[in-house]
Design a protein around this ligand. Structure first.
Ligand code: HEM
Length: 180
């Protein structure tokens, strides 16, 4: 997983709980990298899981809850870091239906070795969008947090439901977004 994800995670922890907490997590997660990440480096995503487990122990929140919170936070950071990706995107549905065809394509130009998930989308009707997430990393809670961050960014009211499915023979998650 790209270092930018780790850097942003540790920044979220620092902004919420201070640098002492960052130190404690790095200590207790026993990370092969030692916890020093650069945005363009690549690290085992098991290190993120180890940090999340350590943070979960400190915060009395589950790992899925923390992954959702982190996804939401990270989307807000993407808005600041990559304003160009938001040009001409007028709604959450517009943005989310372009993850595979545009957003992550551009991400790959910045980070050639990024291991990106697959999102297939289906417009069910004017107010309903279906997104199916497939990834060897299988982080559906992270995907949900990013989607919720996206919905907040566009200031829309969208209900989100999800269901585990097998898609092309792979364990996946199907999200149904309903706009009101
Ligand atoms: C400006 C918008 C976005 C940017 C710049 C961006 C960038 C990235 C980057 C750099 C990674 C790490 C790749 C790696 O570690 O090798 C990543 C992974 C990921 N992205 Fe995006 N992304 C964006 C939007 C989204 C949205 C809206 C979603 C979901 C709704 C999403 C879902 C994911 C997930 C779930 C991963 C984790 C890797 C995996 O599951 O295999 N991204 N993205």
């Amino acid at each position: 997983m790209k270092g930018i994800v780790f850097c942003e995670f540790l920044e979220m922890v620092e902004s919420e709980d201070g640098f002492g907490m960052v130190d404690r997590l790095i200590e207790s997660a026993k990370l092969p990298s030692g916890g020093s990440y650069t945005a363009v480096g690549t690290y085992d995503h098991a290190e993120l899981v180890a940090l999340l487990i350590a943070y979960s122990g400190q915060k009395n929140l589950s790992v899925p809850e923390l992954l959702r919170a982190f996804g939401k936070y990270l989307f807000g950071r993407f808005v600041v870091l990559y304003p160009v990706f938001f040009e001409n995107k007028r709604s959450a549905f517009d943005f989310l239906s372009h993850i595979d065809s545009y957003i992550h394509v551009e991400v790959r130009k910045l980070y050639a070795d990024a291991e990106l998930p697959k999102f297939t989308h289906r417009v069910l009707d004017h107010n309903r969008l279906e997104l199916t997430y497939t990834s060897a990393k299988h982080l559906p809670d992270f995907a949900e947090g990013l989607m919720r961050g996206c919905i907040d960014h566009f200031g829309e009211t969208i209900e989100l439901n999800r269901q585990a499915v097998v898609f092309d023979g792979v364990e996946s998650e199907r999200f149904t977004l309903t706009r009101s």
